[in-house]
Write a protein that binds this ligand. Structure first.
Ligand SMILES: Cc1ncc(COP(=O)(O)O)c(C=O)c1O
Length: 374
């Protein structure tokens, strides 16, 4: 049986990884400045992470959500402490798309409405409501196109208000920093006004923190810089450091009822063990402070390279914009210099999404490789 061929693949086969490095079957070592697409938060195979998952799988890997699972409550407590977000409830699922799908569904249940406001260049996943709110017609199948979604430029408050004022919108969903779209972020004024407008017209504000959350910007959540309080916050990626886990934080004004949401695997024992290990390491190793420090160091070095026309993003969610398409540069970096990086919708933007635990020597390695490749 062949694999359903949907991914254009780099010709590399990683078999193990440690911290910021990935090793192929010939022990060739690659510097991971891509983090498997912003997933690796505490570094590959962190010993505490490995131990926590091993210990848990030896005890109880999975049982149903119809039975008590105190690990979920522990995760909710630790998430409150790590994020500082008080007055939220936690629902756990398995991926980013599922988190957004549940967030949108909940907004619709809560408000009794169905239209969604989203933003151009946004990405929210590939399930039905999430993909309909994603600005990429190529991945929206006819079955998804039935959703009512209006897309606006990030920053267009006038357009958003015109639509919201019709009072048929259940949710406004926004990536505070757009990932695949190319690392654009609006002003604090915009996000505050957006929150105000959502409230005014009885729509829920959903912050998609799947890529920019869990410490990637140096704040626990990217929206925290803007002083807003979203109604729902969706998370995944860095939350499990590679273990599939996602979730939504739901404001306490939104009431639960039995059967409203549900999942077989979401929040299982292993997923909780993975995410608890991530939170523990973020705290013990002061990882968020490291993100801020390493980001400053990275940006300082990037400014010394004349070919870089713009540096975008925050923390360790960064983009280097050139005045030429970066596809060949990215290939050179990976095949000739063993450095893995990311791309985006903007063909000139090289995306940098390393583990949040990187140190200066990793950044030095990256810039040596980049200069040689350029
Ligand atoms: C901002 C954002 N939202 C949602 C998703 C979807 O997450 P998943 O691929 O886990 O379904 C992604 C994945 O890249 C993302 O970057």
């Amino acid at each position: 049986m062949s694999l359903f061929d949907v991914y254009p693949l780099f010709d590399i086969t990683p078999v193990r990884a440690l911290d910021a490095f990935v090793y192929d079957e010939n022990e060739k070592k690659y510097l991971d400045f891509y983090g498997g697409h912003a997933v690796i938060s505490i570094g590959h195979s962190h010993p505490e992470y490995v131990e926590n998952i091993n210990r848990q799988v030896g005890m109880l890997g999975f049982y149903s959500n119809s039975i008590k699972n105190p690990l979920q409550e522990k995760l909710a407590l630790k998430l409150t402490q790590a994020s500082g977000c008080k007055g939220y409830q936690l629902f756990l699922c398995n991926s980013g798309a599922e988190a957004n799908e549940n967030a949108l569904k909940l907004a619709s249940f809560h408000t009794g409405k169905s239209k969604v406001v989203a933003f151009k260049n946004g990405f929210h996943g590939r399930t039905s409501a999430a993909v309909a709110a994603t600005d990429n017609p190529k991945i929206i199948a006819p079955i998804n196109a039935q959703q009512e979604v209006e897309l606006f430029e990030l920053g267009d408050l006038k357009g958003v208000e015109e639509t919201l004022s019709k009072k048929d919108v259940c949710a406004v969903i926004v990536e505070v920093i757009q990932g695949i779209g190319g690392l654009d972020e609006a002003t604090s004024k915009f996000y505050r006004q957006l929150a105000r407008l959502a409230k005014k017209y009885d729509a829920l504000l959903i912050a998609d923190e799947i890529q920019c959350g869990f410490g990637r910007t140096g704040d626990f959540f990217a929206f925290q810089k803007h002083g807003i309080q979203p109604d729902i916050i969706s998370m995944a990626k860095g939350m499990g450091n590679g273990f599939p886990v996602g979730g939504i934080l739901i404001h306490s004004d939104i009431k639960a009822s039995h059967g409203l949401l549900g999942t077989t695997f979401g929040g299982n024992h292993l997923a909780c063990a993975a995410s608890l290990a991530v939170l523990q390491v973020l705290r013990d190793e002061a990882v968020l402070k490291n993100v801020t420090k390493m980001s400053e160091y990275f940006i300082k070095k990037a400014r010394q390279i004349p070919q870089i026309k713009q540096i975008k993003g925050r923390g360790l969610m960064l983009g280097l914009e050139f005045d030429f398409p970066i596809a060949d540069l990215r290939k050179k970096l990976i095949y000739q210099h063993q450095v893995v990086t990311g791309s985006s919708k903007n063909p000139n933007l090289l995306r940098i999404l390393p583990p949040l635990t990187i140190q200066k020597h990793h950044i030095d390695l990256f810039f040596n490789a980049l200069e040689a490749a350029l």
